[in-house]
Design a binder for this molecule. Structure first.
Ligand SMILES: *Cc1c(COP(=O)(O)O)cnc(C)c1O
Length: 364
């Protein structure tokens, strides 16, 4: 083949023509507050245990891993509690793969996925990659949802899958359990409640996990990437009726979770308390941010997650760039005029306030 061949000359699927790989910029700057990671690495003792676990699976690396990831799913069930067992849990390489399994099984050609914007920017990618039609309905002005509006959107668009993100990314707003229960009672569509940030919520016990016994069409999506400080480990999971887990097992690639991933995630889960130790501090820093940002003269959306949406700026890209020039990386996402900042360590968060104060001084 000619080495200089371009994508335009290749028989790319028509719906992918003009598409570019998507993702937040990965820039090596001192203060990275753009992808909602927990900024605290594990302790040296846990790092050593993870290394030891990888060495142990290396001795068997000539063999395929446990295709069903049974031990890991049991550990995830034990972490979630709510009477869940292995049969209720599915796991994959990040929520992004779990969501792809769900849409592969329940959406796909000729079927719709409905969600409520502004919301997570990866959902349209999952829909596209599973050949599903992606339909969005705007949230209310305060970014909340009511059951009546969600059910009206379902009646209008007849989706196969509905995604409700709570706390929502990028707004940080929550959807009450009563709304989710009312939606579930009014539809037979698969309802995915994406609780990626649940551990940061003001009341983490207000979780859709409590509704699983009542609704067979409910899926609760979780991840170890955020509160669990395990973004690099790539582990997302769901809790649902066992039949939904079986559907995911049909569409997953064989041996999708490597032996190393399973082993390292098991170590993290065995030390759940320590991995989550900074969540309380991050929550307090988030609450402080909701006070500090207005003091600097910017608007902030009340958040239940480890990030805040702040604005409004006439030229948000200019503000983003000026912060970056000062070594602070935030995310250019969400409603017009807003930027999103993740909650960092106290030093990172102070650096952000300092840089923002300077930028505001410059542009005002
Ligand atoms: C970050 C995030 C996830 C997690 O994605 P992973 O693939 O598990 O890292 C899921 N849902 C939302 C809304 C998120 O913001």
């Amino acid at each position: 083949m000619r080495p200089e061949v371009t994508l335009a000359e290749l028989p790319l699927r028509p719906e992918l023509v003009g598409e570019v790989p998507y993702g937040a910029p990965q820039l090596d700057v001192p203060v990275r507050l753009n992808v909602n990671e927990n900024p605290y690495p594990p302790s040296p003792a846990i790092i050593a245990e993870m290394a030891h676990a990888v060495a142990a699976v290396a001795a068997d690396i000539d063999r395929y891993p446990d295709r069903e990831a049974t031990a890991l799913r049991q550990a995830l069930a034990d972490y979630l509690r709510h009477g869940l067992g292995v049969a209720n849990i599915w796991a994959a390489n990040g929520s992004n793969e779990v969501m792809t399994h769900l849409l592969g099984a329940f959406a796909g050609p000729g079927r719709r996925v409905l969600t409520f914007t502004p919301t997570y920017s990866m959902y349209p990618e999952y829909a596209r990659n599973t050949h599903s039609e992606y339909v969005v309905v705007p949230r209310r002005d305060d970014y909340t949802l009511t059951a009546a509006e969600v059910l009206a959107a379902i009646a209008e668009h007849q989706p196969a899958v509905v995604i409700i993100t709570t706390p929502n990314n990028p707004t940080g707003t929550t959807t009450p359990l009563s709304v989710i229960a009312e939606v579930l009672a009014g539809t037979e569509a698969i309802v995915i409640v994406d609780e990626a940030y649940q551990e940061f919520a003001r009341d983490p016990e207000q979780t859709a996990l409590t509704l699983l016994g009542e609704f067979g069409n409910l899926v609760v999506s979780r991840t170890m990437s955020k509160a669990f400080a395990f973004a690099g480990g790539r582990l997302g999971y769901l809790a649902a009726n066992p039949a939904i887990v079986d559907a995911c097992r049909i569409v997953r690639l064989p041996y999708h979770l490597s032996a190393q991933t399973q082993a390292v995630a098991l170590v993290a889960l065995a030390h759940a308390e320590e991995m989550l130790a900074k969540v309380d501090e991050l929550r307090l820093t988030r609450d402080e941010m909701l006070v500090r940002l207005p003091q600097l003269g910017v608007e902030v959306i009340a958040s239940d997650a480890n990030f805040c949406l702040f604005g409004r700026f006439d030229d948000r890209h200019d503000v983003w760039q000026r912060l970056l020039d000062r070594g602070v990386l935030v995310r250019e996402t969400g409603p017009a005029g807003f930027l999103r900042v993740s909650v960092g360590t106290p030093a990172e968060t102070e650096a952000f306030y300092g840089a923002l104060a300077e930028v505001l001084e410059e542009i005002r």
